[in-house]
Every structure is written in structure tokens, then in C-alpha cells.
Ligand binder design. Structure first.
Ligand SMILES: C[S@@+](CC[C@H](N)C(=O)[O-])C[C@H]1O[C@@H](n2cnc3c(N)ncnc32)[C@H](O)[C@@H]1O
Ligand code: SF4
Length: 385
């Protein structure tokens, strides 16, 4: 399973037993099970189980812990799955939709030693890290950070999200990551705004060739695209191109102030694009991030319940948000307070349990958290399939 959000969450291999229970009965949860009727066969499930064995224990552990927290403790504060670490706010581009370049809550970068300390603390509570920013490749020490994450602290999954423009100057990254997420909003160069992603396409495509050669396996590279009204046709081209190149395709719509652009739903072109993405995913002809249900929820803005502590967000100085980054409340600092558990407990005391803000931030990690907690077996079956 792979996943992403605005600096979100990726590569959650999920492999489980039989999808005996499909808990799609939450009142405020639109059942989209009808989308995907075929259940994985036992053989398919078993094959998936063996293939992704290292992640099985983690997923079972989290499933039971989350069940305990939801059913017995009656809290939405679930355990972390993967941690997103924003190592900088600096960026060499200026995307119109970006919330990260000039965040409302700004934090200074730590030096290398401090940053590695934060990584070490994160590792105590999670084996999966997503390194993002700003543009992480702008950090002079990014290769050192990635290498330490993978080989020093032994994160099992090390993903780096980048706009791809500077990869050729930081090739050491490719020795450390288990997966690379490169953001691309169009295949066609578009020089009108020289600081937008489409203006940098030529360079990014060159760098993708380099990365493909070094990583040796195209599925380790995900192309992440942000859909706006202007680029629907380009996203469709990107989908086809990812299939040809062997890259994983991922898409979400641009969030403005936590809200998606609902006008997209009125566009026949957009609806056709979503249908095409879901169909391709269902057919299994190319690698696409998510499952038919998560894609439908994410791109058609269906209801979902968010469990943000599943994907904690850590800012460059070690600050941790509670319950989530879009609500802009810092509950503690990893260097000062030591652990996510402590910080979240303090956050809960100060700000209360996770609020019921259902389905406003249509980011992949948020949607995924819903299915992970509320429809674990269905999700597992869909991923294995
Ligand atoms: C904040 S960027 C940081 C990493 C890197 N600079 C990049 O652009 O890939 C992480 C991801 O969030 C996406 N993103 C940024 N702002 C967004 C928004 N308002 N809505 C949806 N996705 C967004 C970007 O396209 C990118 O894929
Ligand atoms: S490249 Fe990434 S961090 Fe930079 S402005 Fe665009 S989305 Fe934001």
C-alpha cells in the first residue's frame, strides 16, 4: 500500500488475512464498497501475506491497538503508522496551492545534529518516515539525513517527497530512500510562471531518468500530481505516461484552506478522469496509489473520518502538531518532550480528543486513516488484490 498527503504518508505495505469483517456501517461513512465487489481469494491473500511479511506484524499490532483505543477507550487518538518530517520550509519553487512554503506556524531548521536527534526520537515510535518540506533537497545535509534514517536508525521505509528539480545535485539520496515521490502537475513544460512545477518539467524529467537508473526499479518512484481545473487533461496524460514508464501514479486535488475545490465535481472532464483512474486501479494494469475506494473518497470528496495521529506531522525544529497540521496547534516538541505519545497526551489534555471534522482535508493520508481504522479488512483485501 502506498499513500501520500501534503507531505503526507506513503508506502504502507499492508498484508493481512481474510477480509472477514467489513466494518462499513458507521453512520457518517459513505459505503463505497459497491465500487469494488470482488473479494480477494484466499490464495491471493496468502500470497500477499507472504510477499509483504515484514509489515504484517506491524499492521496486526496497529489493528488491535486501534481497536482497543476506539472501542474500549473511546478515543480517536490512534497510534502512529508513519511520521512526516518537514525538514525545511525553504523552496526553490512557488506553487500557487502550496501551504508549506510560507506556513502559518513557522519553525526554524535545526542543524544536522539536532535533525538527526529528531529522527532518532521518531524511530522509537515508528519504522516509517516521510521526509518532505518545503523542498528537502535544498538542505545541504539532506543526503546525510536520508542515509542516517535508512542505515543509522534503520527505518524500514524511508520516503522522500521532492519537486525533483535538484535531484542530480543530491544523488546520494537515491542510495538511502526506499521510495521516491516526485511531484509533477503536467508533462508539458509551461514557462508562464517560472517558479511553477510545469515550468521545471524538462529538468524534472531528466532527473527522473537518472533516478530510474539509480533506483533500478521504476515502482520505487511515485509521481504525485495535484489536480486543479487547468491541468485535468495533463493529469490524464501523466496517468498514461506513468503506466508506460512503470512509475506509480498518485493524485489528489489542490486543497485551499483545508477545503477541496468542489467545482471540480461539476466538470465532466474531471469526472471522466476519476473514472479512468479508478478503472485502471481496478484492472491492475498499472501501479496506482490507493484502492478504488480510497481514490473515490479522495477525488470525489466523499465523507470520511480523519484519524490524524496515524500520520503525525513534525516540523523542522521538532515541533509536533495536535491533532493535525491544518489546525495549526503545536502540542509539543520531540527534543524537549521526548516522544509522540507524551506530546499527543499533552495535546489531548489541552485541546481535547480529535474533533469530528469529517472529510474536509482531502489528503491521501487522512482518507487512508479512515479506511485503516474503520474498514481494515476491506482495505487489506483491496491492497492485496
Ligand atoms: C508540500 S510538498 C513538499 C515536497 C516538495 N517540495 C514537492 O512539492 O514535492 C509535498 C506534496 O504536497 C503537495 N501539495 C502542496 N500543497 C498542496 C495543496 N494545497 N493541496 C494538495 N497537495 C499539495 C505537493 O504537490 C507535493 O506533492
Ligand atoms: S515545490 Fe513543493 S514546497 Fe515548493 S512551493 Fe511547490 S509544493 Fe510547495
Amino acid at each position: 500500500m502506498t499513500a501520500r498527503s501534503c507531505g503526507g504518508a506513503w508506502d504502507f505495505s499492508l498484508s493481512l488475512g481474510e477480509p472477514a469483517l467489513t466494518i462499513e456501517k458507521q453512520a457518517n461513512f459513505v459505503p463505497v464498497g459497491a465500487l469494488d465487489k470482488r473479494r480477494a481469494s484466499k490464495r491471493e491473500l496468502l500470497r500477499g501475506l507472504v510477499r509483504q511479511a515484514p509489515f504484517v506484524a506491524k499492521n496486526f499490532g496497529l489493528y488491535f491497538r486501534n481497536g482497543w483505543r476506539r472501542q474500549v477507550l473511546h478515543t480517536k487518538l490512534v497510534a502512529p503508522y508513519a511520521v512526516t518530517f518537514y525538514v525545511t520550509h525553504r523552496c526553490n519553487l512557488d506553487c500557487s496551492y502550496c501551504t508549506q512554503k510560507e506556513p502559518d506556524v513557522f519553525s526554524d531548521e535545526l542543524d544536522t545534529a539536532g535533525t538527526l536527534q529528531v529522527l532518532k526520537r521518531i524511530r522509537r515510535e515508528s519504522d516509517s518516515i516521510v521526509i518532505t518540506g518545503g523542498e528537502p533537497t535544498l538542505r545541504a545535509d539532506i543526503e546525510q539525513i536520508v542515509t542516517a534514517a535508512r542505515f543509522g536508525y534503520k527505518f524500514r521505509s524511508v520516503l522522500l517527497i521532492t519537486n525533483g528539480t535538484l535531484l542530480d545535485r543530491k544523488l546520494g539520496i537515491l542510495n538511502g530512500v526506499t521510495g521516491l515521490v516526485v511531484s509533477l502537475d503536467a508533462l508539458q513544460a509551461h514557462p508562464t510562471n517560472p517558479l511553477s512545477k510545469p515550468a521545471a518539467v524538462t529538468k524534472v524529467l531528466e532527473n527522473l531518468e537518472l533516478a530510474k537508473g539509480r533506483l533500478g526499479s521504476p515502482p520505487k518512484i511515485t509521481i504525485s500530481t495535484v489536480i486543479e481545473e487547468w491541468n485535468v487533461t495533463e493529469v490524464e496524460r501523466l496517468l498514461d505516461w506513468c503506466g508506460e514508464q512503470g512509475f506509480v501514479f498518485a493524485a489528489q486535488s489542490a486543497q485551499m484552506e483545508k477545503m477541496p475545490n468542489l467545482a471540480l465535481l461539476k466538470s465532466a472532464k474531471y469526472q471522466a478522469l476519476v473514472d479512468k483512474i479508478i478503472e485502471r486501479r481496478r484492472e491492475g494494469k498499472q501501479a496506482i496509489n490507493g484502492t478504488p475506494k480510497t481514490i473515490e473518497t479522495l477525488l470525489r470528496f466523499r465523507d470520511f473520518q480523519c484519524y490524524p495521529t496515524m500520520f503525525p506531522r513534525v516540523y523542522p525544529n521538532g515541533d509536533v502538531f495536535y491533532p493535525c497540521e491544518p489546525l495549526r496547534k503545536i502540542a509539543g516538541n520531540l527534543l524537549r518532550d521526548g516522544s509522540l505519545v507524551k506530546i499527543f497526551a499533552a495535546g489531548k489534555k489541552k485541546y481535547g480528543d480529535i474533533p469530528p471534522c469529517q472529510g474536509i482535508c482531502y489528503l491521501f493520508g487522512n482518507v487512508l486513516s479512515h479506511y485503516y481504522v474503520n474498514d481494515f479488512w476491506g482495505l487489506a483485501g483491496d491492497f492485496i488484490r
